[in-house]
Design a protein. Structure first.
Length: 302
């Protein structure tokens, strides 16, 4: 075995180990959230006011346990920021987070779908009331491909050195405006257990930035998710961002484009030098959508 081949094998082993550790961390986080939800359902908190998001989680936990919550506060539908503030981004009150994933391995339960639809509707209604014309972009793709890193790149922020998995979906309404239209970006969690939530989070998206880590394995495994995006919003424009083009094992953008069947652009999301190019791609796409009158948010939500 040559030294070069041995180094590549070692890099592959390191990447696989890192991915395995990340999956364990996500699983432990989900387990902790489940324990917290059940504790809330069992706790003596019926007469204590609580944030609406906690009330939703209490209701779900009580339903799962076969009990009936007596004093659960209703979900607020006229002010999304009242219940969807991301505690990890308190310095940025314009970031919302939606977490519910209750259901089977492949589909949401009826209760969870209702909760998520209500939350997404509340966010959309709040943004419409506050900002008027707006266009929704969704960052989609499998876990750990660099969606949130790309999100931070677009905002001109440095990404943290440590990996933090997105839970549910993060929404940012401060990113930018194009020709008077506010652009809202939804960063969708890529872990398998959250894929079933995409049928709700993707609704109304005019542009999907589908992110790949440019590895052959990721490109192949991403095809069903790309098909999901097409089914949920068949009229949305889809662009692939081939991230991690600095890695030796990457596929070139033209090869990824051939395999996925969508226009693909190379990127290294940790490098600020790529921001201007990606922003230019987005601006042109958004202008095309606006000029065609193809913004799904201009139509009644389904």
């Amino acid at each position: 075995m040559s030294t070069e081949h041995g180094d590549e094998k070692l890099r592959d082993l390191i990447r696989a180990t890192r991915a395995f550790v990340r999956r364990i961390a996500v699983a432990l986080g989900n387990f902790a959230s489940e324990i917290e939800r059940i504790e809330k359902a069992l706790g003596p908190s019926a007469n204590v006011p609580m944030p609406p998001q906690q009330a939703v989680r209490l209701a779900e936990g009580a339903q799962q346990l076969g009990t009936e919550p007596q004093q659960v506060q209703p979900v607020v539908q006229d002010a999304a920021s009242d219940y969807a503030v991301n505690p990890d981004a308190m310095d940025s009150p314009d970031i919302y987070q939606v977490k519910s994933v209750d259901g089977s391995d492949i589909s949401l339960s009826a209760a969870a779908e209702k909760v998520l639809t209500t939350q997404v509707g509340a966010i959309e209604d709040g943004l419409k009331a506050k900002h008027g014309p707006r266009l929704k972009i969704a960052l989609a793709g499998r876990a750990a491909v660099g969606k949130t890193t790309l999100f931070n790149l677009l905002k001109g922020l440095e990404s943290p050195a440590a990996y933090h998995a997105t839970i549910g979906a993060d929404v940012d309404r401060k990113l930018f405006q194009i020709d008077g239209t506010r652009v809202i970006v939804w960063d969708l969690a890529g872990q398998q257990e959250y894929h079933k939530t995409w049928v709700i989070f993707l609704r109304g998206a005019a542009l999907v930035l589908f992110v790949s880590d440019s590895s052959l394995e990721n490109v192949v495994s991403s095809k069903p998710l790309l098909d999901l995006c097409r089914r949920v919003e068949p009229n949305a424009e889809i662009i692939c961002i081939a991230n991690k083009q600095d890695l030796p094992s990457r596929l070139k953008p033209d090869e990824i484009e051939r395999q996925l069947g969508v226009k693909t652009y190379g990127c290294v999301a940790i490098d600020p030098a790529y921001r201007e190019g990606v922003m230019g791609i987005i601006v042109q796409s958004v202008r095309n959508i606006i000029n065609k009158g193809a913004n799904p948010l201009d139509q009644p939500l389904r």
